[in-house]
Structure formats: structure tokens, C-alpha cells
Write a protein that binds this ligand. Structure first.
Ligand SMILES: C[S@@+](CC[C@H](N)C(=O)[O-])C[C@H]1O[C@@H](n2cnc3c(N)ncnc32)[C@H](O)[C@@H]1O
Length: 276
């Protein structure tokens, strides 16, 4: 469906609308892959994001792991590489399209034994209390309508001495792209996701269920040299697909913001380690 810029701007925020998440944004892995592509192509980080996430867990005594909102399972090749011994993994996601890609990806990994994969909402986890040593919620809590309810579920299924890794963004994340989107398509110049669960308010939300919470920054910045890649990224965040006129206006705005052929984009990502 193609809609005009005005309609796109006026559409309600979609990031926690579960029908939109399932039928459009995360029907399958393509939108996520196109966004990750920009980070992979233009990121200046010295470390791979998924390897960095894996490095915040001491895997020595870990047996049972749960990932909620696992997407296409991109984290697991990185974790497989650092595991000192095999672990049992349960993968869940709201979207069956994402989960089936994750299943295929993880099936090939020798140190990761897939115990269960379920289409499940993080607000209602179908698992007994104290089942996991590690739980990962990577860039997903901001999609959940009732964050405190989901966090209480994560605490419930985590063992008392277990650890939760919850990755998210801060309010400055992709600021330049938010500004471009707002200038051309309308709407807010801030990510509606990050205001729900981000670097600034995540500790407070987690604090209702966890006693010990630390935030760690992932240092990175994008230096984008192809305006079309940037347009694609912004289009993947729009509520519905945008038309040719908006794409062309976006492209002009991106080119106008480039300095010596480079658009520098702020990244503001990291993770919470929560215990207790
Ligand atoms: C930005 S993607 C992140 C995927 C993966 N964790 C990663 O980092 O590659 C967000 C994922 O959360 C899932 N999701 C959204 N709301 C959810 C919910 N309430 N419960 C479980 N998963 C959810 C989406 O289907 C999507 O796969």
C-alpha cells in the first residue's frame, strides 16, 4: 500500500501495535535485515554488536538460556563462538515468520541445543518459574505494550541468581535520520520506540523487578556515503510504504545534509545487565 506523506505522518505510532508488528514490520526478517545492513555497511565500531552482547555474560556455569523477541536468531552464531560448553536454548518471538528463520539459523550451531521454539508474547511466557540462567531481550522491550508486565515475567522465569541482558537505544540514536524523516514525512523527530524503553528510562522499568542494574554503551557511529541506502532505512521505519515522490524528497534532503559526500549518523545503543 502506498500512502501520501501527510497520511504517513498522521498514522498512529506503530511500534507497539501488535497487528502492525506481525503483518508489516516483522512479518519476516526483511525490514530488520535492511536496517541491520546500514549498520553493517557504515558502522565504525571496532567490535561486532552481537559478539559484544555475548561478552556481557559469564557463560561458565550457564545451562539454560531463553531469548525473547529473538527475531531471526542473529545473536546465536556469535554466542556459539564463545560458549565453553553446549547450552540449551529456548527461542520465542511474537512473529512466526521471524521465528522460523531463527530456527534454521540456530539448527546449524554445534554448541546451541534448541530445546524449544514458541510463538510467544513476552507479556505471557508459557514457562515455569526459575527455568533459565540467562535471558536475552535484545531490542524488543520497546515493542511490548505493557513493559512492567513483561519484565515481571522475565524475572519470574529467570533463576534467582540468573542474569537478564536487555539491549536498547538511547534518545539520540539515529538522530539525524529521525530529523530527516520528520522534515520530509512529518511526525516526531524522535524514535517513538526509545521513549518506551530506552537508555534513559530502562533502569526504572527494570527496577520494579530487578535489584541490580547496570547500563553499558556500545561505541559506534555511521558514516553513510550512499544516499539511497539512507532512504531505504528511513522507508523501512515508515508506517506504510512511501511513494516515489516522498522517496525522491527524502533523497534530496539526505544529499543536502551530507558533508563531503558523507552523512554522519549518531548511534546511541547499549544494554542493561540486570540481576537480583
Ligand atoms: C528489532 S527486532 C529484534 C530481533 C532480535 N532480538 C535481534 O536483536 O536481532 C524485535 C523483535 O521483537 C519481536 N516482538 C515484538 N513484540 C514482541 C512481544 N510482545 N513479545 C515477543 N516478541 C516480540 C518482533 O517480532 C521482532 O522479531
Amino acid at each position: 500500500v502506498t500512502i501520501g506523506a501527510k497520511e504517513a505522518a498522521m498514522a498512529t505510532p506503530k511500534g507497539e501495535d501488535q497487528n502492525y508488528l506481525l503483518t508489516v514490520q516483522y512479518k519476516d526478517g526483511s525490514n530488520l535485515a535492511s536496517r541491520i545492513g546500514l549498520h553493517a555497511k557504515y558502522g565504525t565500531a571496532t567490535e561486532n554488536w552481537y559478539e559484544w552482547v555475548a561478552s556481557w555474560v559469564d557463560w561458565t556455569n550457564v545451562r539454560d538460556v531463553l531469548e525473547v523477541g529473538c527475531g531471526t536468531g542473529l545473536l546465536w552464531p556469535a554466542i556459539n563462538g564463545v560458549l565453553p560448553h553446549p547450552v540449551g536454548l529456548t527461542l520465542t518471538d511474537l512473529s512466526n515468520g521471524m521465528l522460523s528463520e531463527a530456527r534454521m539459523r540456530v539448527a546449524r550451531l554445534p554448541n546451541v541445543h534448541l530445546v524449544d521454539t514458541e510463538v510467544a508474547d513476552a507479556q505471557e511466557l508459557p514457562y515455569p518459574d526459575a527455568s533459565y540462567d540467562v535471558i536475552i531481550a535484545n531490542h524488543m522491550l520497546y515493542h511490548v505494550p505493557d513493559r512492567p508486565k513483561a519484565v515481571a515475567q522475565l524475572r519470574r522465569v529467570l533463576r534467582p541468581d540468573g542474569v537478564l541482558i536487555a539491549a536498547t537505544n538511547g534518545l539520540r540514536h539515529m538522530q539525524e535520520l529521525m530529523e530527516l524523516r520528520a522534515a520530509v514525512l512529518g511526525g516526531p523527530a524522535i524514535s517513538e520506540y526509545t521513549t518506551r524503553f530506552g537508555r534513559e528510562n530502562g533502569a526504572e522499568i527494570l527496577g520494579a523487578s530487578f535489584g541490580d542494574i547496570e547500563w553499558h554503551d556500545f561505541p559506534d557511529e555511521l558514516r553513510c556515503t550512499d544516499a539511497d541506502d539512507v532512504v531505504q532505512y528511513i522507508a523501512s521505519m515508515a508506517p506504510l510504504s512511501i511513494g516515489a515522490a516522498q522517496q525522491s524528497a527524502l533523497r534530496d534532503a539526505v544529499v543536502a545534509r551530507m558533508v563531503d559526500g558523507v552523512l554522519t549518523v549518531t548511534k546511541d545503543s547499549g544494554l542493561f545487565v540486570a540481576r537480583g
